[in-house]
Ligand binder design. Structure first.
Ligand code: ADP
Ligand code: MG
Length: 384
C-alpha cells in the first residue's frame, strides 16, 4: 500500500487533534459518531471540527461511513499510518521517509532517516490486507468491524515483533536494533545486506550452515522458536563481521515459546528450511543438524521475559487465534469470494488493557501537546 506522507506537511494542529480523536473514538465505536469526535477533540466551535473532518477525509485519513444508523467516520489505513509516523516524528525517531524496499504479504517496508541522517527501516504491519483488498469495493464490508480488527491485529503484530526483537537484541542475538514502535509500525536499524535467497553460491557454505543452525539452537535455549526461519528472513551482511557473524535474522511476529504444543514441529521446520535451501541452492548437504529433544537445553526464558514486558500470554494466545482465524478467512474469501461478518471482538476484552493503556497514553499526549511537532528525544524509550 502506498504510504502518503504529503498530508503531514499541510495538516493543522486542529486537524491532527480531530484525527487522534477519531482514533480514540474507534476504541468503542466501529463508526465514530461525528459528535463524539468533536467532543474528544475538545475543539470549540462546531464549524472548526467540520472543517477539520473534511480536510482529513479529503486526505483519505478518515472515511465517512454512509447509511449507518448515525453519521460517522472511521480511521483509514492512511490515517493510522499518519498517526504512527507523526508519533515517530514527535519522538525524533523518524524525520524523513524514503523508498519502499519491501512489500510482503502482510507488511510494507520503507527506508527512513532520523534528523541526523541515520538510515533506518520502518516496517508497517498490514495484517489481513489481502482480504481487505479483495473486498474493498463492498461497502457493507467496510461498515462492519472488520477494518478495525485488521488494525488491531496489525498493532498486536508490531508490538509482538518489537518486544521479541528487543529481547533478542539485548541478549546479543544477530537481529536489527529495535528503535521505536507506535501502533502497527516499528522502526529498526537498516541491515546493510541482502536476503539469503539471493545467494546462488558461497565460498564456505559449511560455516554459514553451522552458524545458522547454532542460531536456531541458541534461540531455542533462550526459550524461542522463530517459526519462519527461511532464506527470506535471513539477511546476509555485505561486510561480514567474522566467519560466525555473516547474517542478521529478521521478521519475528510469528515467534513461539519452546513450551508451545507444536514447538518440536516448528523447530524441525526451521531446521529443514535451512537444510533444504543449502541443498537446493548451494549444493551443500549435511547429516549434521539439530534435533529439538536432543539439542535444546533451556538456559534463559526470553519467552517469559517478553510476556512480562508487555506482550502477555493472553495476548499471545489471542494473537495466534486471531491470526489463524483471519488466515482461514482469507483463504475462504478467495475460495468463495464471499464476505462474512468478522466475529473477532477486541474492544471489550480486558486482557490487553495494559497495551490499550499505553496506546491511550500516547494518544492523550498527542492531544495534549499543542505544538505537535515538538517531541522529546528519548521518548522512544518509554514506548518500548
Ligand atoms: P514480512 O513480514 O513482510 O516478510 P520482513 O520483516 O521479512 O517482512 O521484511 C521484508 C523484506 O524487507 C526483507 O526480506 C528484507 O529484504 C527487507 N527488510 C526488512 N527489514 C529489514 C532491515 N532491518 N534491514 C534491511 N532490510 C530489511
Ligand atoms: Mg519476511
Amino acid at each position: 500500500m502506498k504510504l502518503n506522507t504529503s498530508a503531514m506537511r499541510y495538516l493543522s494542529n486542529d486537524d491532527f487533534r480531530v484525527l487522534t480523536a477519531t482514533e480514540m473514538g474507534s476504541k468503542n465505536h466501529e463508526i465514530v459518531p461525528t459528535v463524539l469526535i468533536a467532543q474528544i477533540a475538545g475543539l470549540r466551535g462546531g464549524a472548526g471540527v467540520g472543517n477539520c473532518i473534511s480536510e482529513l477525509a479529503k486526505a483519505n485519513l478518515i472515511a465517512r461511513v454512509k447509511n449507518a444508523k448515525y453519521d460517522g467516520y472511521r480511521l483509514t489505513y492512511g490515517g493510522y499510518d499518519y498517526l504512527a509516523i507523526k508519533a515517530f516524528s514527535n519522538r525524533r525517531t523518524v524525520y524523513s521517509v524514503g523508498n519502499q524496499i519491501g512489500v510482503g504479504k502482510e507488511s510494507d517496508i520503507f527506508v527512513v532517516a532520523n534528523e541526523k541522517g541515520r538510515k533506518c527501516v520502518l516496517k508497517i504491519h498490514r495484517l489481513g490486507r489481502i482480504s481487505f483488498r479483495s473486498v474493498k469495493n463492498n461497502r457493507d464490508y467496510l461498515r462492519n468491524r472488520q477494518s478495525a480488527s485488521w488494525m488491531y491485529l496489525s498493532r498486536l503484530a508490531a508490538q509482538k515483533e518489537f518486544s521479541f526483537m528487543k529481547a533478542l537484541y539485548e541478549n546479543g542475538f544477530a537481529v536489527p536494533e529495535p528503535i521505536d514502535y507506535s501502533r502497527h509500525c516499528i522502526v529498526m536499524s537498516l541491515i546493510p545486506g541482502f536476503p539469503m535467497r539471493q545467494l546462488s553460491s558461497h565460498e564456505d557454505p559449511s560455516t554459514l550452515y553451522s552458524s545458522l543452525m547454532s542460531f536456531i539452537v541458541r534461540l531455542a535455549n533462550h526459550g524461542l522458536i522463530h517459526c519462519d526461519f527461511n532464506e527470506f528472513n535471513i539477511m546476509i551482511l555485505d561486510e561480514p563481521k567474522s566467519e560466525d557473524e555473516q547474517f542478521v535474522v529478521i521478521d519475528f511476529p510469528q515467534c513461539v515459546s519452546i513450551d508451545h504444543v507444536d514447538a518440536e514441529r516448528y523447530f524441525r521446520r526451521d531446521v529443514d528450511c535451512i537444510r533444504l535451501f543449502f541443498e537446493k541452492k548451494l549444493g551443500y548437504f549435511s547429516e549434521d543438524y539439530p534435533v529439538f529433544k536432543r539439542d535444546v537445553k533451556r538456559v534463559a526464558s526470553l519467552d517469559i521475559d517478553v510476556q512480562a514486558s508487555g506482550f502477555s500470554k493472553k495476548m499471545v494466545k489471542e494473537f495466534e487465534k486471531a491470526i489463524s482465524e483471519s488466515r482461514e478467512k482469507v483463504e475462504d474469501e478467495f475460495d468463495h469470494e464471499s464476505v462474512e461478518e468478522d466475529n473477532y471482538e477486541d474492544d471489550d476484552d480486558d486482557d490487553d488493557e495494559d497495551e490499550d493503556d499505553k496506546v491511550e497514553e500516547e494518544q492523550e499526549d498527542e492531544l495534549r501537546s499543542d505544538d505537535n511537532s515538538a517531541g522529546e528525544p528519548g521518548d522512544a524509550e518509554e514506548s518500548s
